[in-house]
Design a protein around this ligand. Structure first.
Ligand code: ZN
Length: 414
């Protein structure tokens, strides 16, 4: 595989990575790790070469999933749910047998990596812990982790996957002669060169109609319209969602783990934030009779999404990290995001946005961010397992600290 021109791994990095991964994965409840390392008050959104070797690459993830299956004596079940466009397996790791299906994806944007380690730590805890807390979560929840939903983009350390419009047209001959979908990346973006190796922003490729087949008149589309499942990676996530819906009746919760601008601050004390959370960007007015989301007015899980986001916020804050609400202008409308499409059909969905992507932060502060993400997810698992999430007042979401106004535009990276 050709390394990204922006960054490359060194021999030193490779030798450090030879250390057993398990040493970095706590067996204790992951959110109870030692206090938060302090965050330095400097940042830059300029793309540049930065070290990323502390993050878990594809082969390391596969080794860790195999280890988790082994040490959990089968409590963690690893499956191949599909293949990326370049033929890499896309894995799910499932633990728990409960009626509430809780799916989490990481690295749908391949330069947004802390969620992958957070998921492996949670799998380790849920798979091996004999604590009453872990047992209750396993009994109430079926936890489905997809630690690298975009493995091609993750290996290239970039936002998009590795797919060309010509390949999409081969898969969908009805799109012959149509211009590329609006989320096609074939220029330069975030320091990455897509001109010779194009791809798609996968988090615009989703549709609330899980049986949708691409129609020529729906392409190129735009952000205010649903996506088309043009890519093998988004098709795989759709298939995972359909599989669990068929098995358990519905998917209760979906969380999508992302990163955003490097300099975003919360607006209460103007501190650089750790993780921002959000419910789906779908304007209320479009759910009124005759409007485009009216068919989903009865299924859209807005209330549950906000309750879950508050649960995550509290969990992050309780552990000493800095959460915030992600910018959510009332006109922001992105039905093609996975969280939006799944939210429309009844799943409570939450976006996590860690501060900084690899081209602006490298792996600096990754331990802090991994712990913050883990704290948020662990709180959600506890609140969903106990039913507490249903007692949270969704209208208190807007009272939580938001993202400082001057940063809001730069922050929109989900
Ligand atoms: Zn993202």
């Amino acid at each position: 595989m050709r390394p990204s021109p922006r960054r490359h791994r060194t021999a030193l990095a490779a030798s450090l990575l030879a250390a057993p991964l398990a040493l970095t994965l706590t067996a204790a409840p992951p959110a109870s790790a030692s206090p938060a390392p302090a965050a330095p008050q400097q940042c830059s959104d300029e793309p540049r070469d930065l070290p990323t070797w502390k993050f878990i690459d594809y082969d390391e993830m596969r080794a860790e999933l195999a280890r988790l299956e082994r040490v959990s004596h089968g409590r963690v079940e690893v499956k191949v749910a599909g293949k990326s466009n370049r033929g890499r397996s896309i894995h799910t790791a499932t633990v728990g047998t409960g009626p509430k299906v809780f799916i989490v994806t990481s690295e749908i944007h391949g330069n947004e990596k802390t969620g992958t380690t957070a998921l492996l730590r949670i799998l380790n805890w849920l798979g091996t812990s004999g604590s009453p807390e872990a047992a209750r979560i396993r009994k109430e929840i079926t936890f489905v982790a997809v630690p690298k939903i975009n493995p091609d983009g993750a290996e290239l350390d970039r936002r998009g996957n590795d797919n060309s419009w010509a390949e999409v047209q081969r898969d969908f001959p009805q799109l012959a002669g149509r211009p590329p979908a609006w989320n096609y990346l074939n220029t330069r973006l975030q320091g990455d060169d897509y001109t010779t190796r194009p791809g798609f922003d996968l988090n615009r490729d989703f549709n609330p109609d899980l049986d949708y087949r691409p129609k020529p008149e729906d392409v190129p589309g735009d952000g205010s319209r649903p996506g088309w499942f043009l890519n093998p990676e988004s098709q795989t996530l759709r298939d995972i969602y359909k599989y669990w819906t068929a098995r358990k009746g519905k998917v209760h919760t979906y969380v999508d783990l992302h990163h955003q601008g490097a300099c975003v601050r919360e607006d209460a004390q103007n501190r650089l934030l750790d993780v921002a959370v959000d419910y789906p960007p779908l304007p209320d007015r479009f759910f009124e009779p005759g409007q485009k989301y009216a068919p989903y007015a009865r299924t859209y899980a807005k209330t549950l999404s906000k309750q879950l986001a508050i649960s995550a916020f509290r969990g992050i804050e309780e552990r000493g990290y800095i959460p915030a609400r992600y910018p959510h202008p009332p006109t922001r409308d992105l039905p093609g995001q996975a969280r939006s499409s799944f939210g429309l059909i009844g799943t409570g969905t939450v976006l996590f946005e860690v501060r900084g992507q690899t081209q602006t932060m490298g792996h600096y502060q990754s331990e802090r961010f991994i712990r913050a993400v883990t704290a948020g997810l662990t709180a959600m698992l506890r609140d969903v397992a106990s039913g507490e999430v249903g007692t949270i007042d969704p209208d208190t979401f807007e009272q939580l600290p938001g993202t400082a106004e001057e940063q809001s535009t730069a922050a929109l990276e989900d």
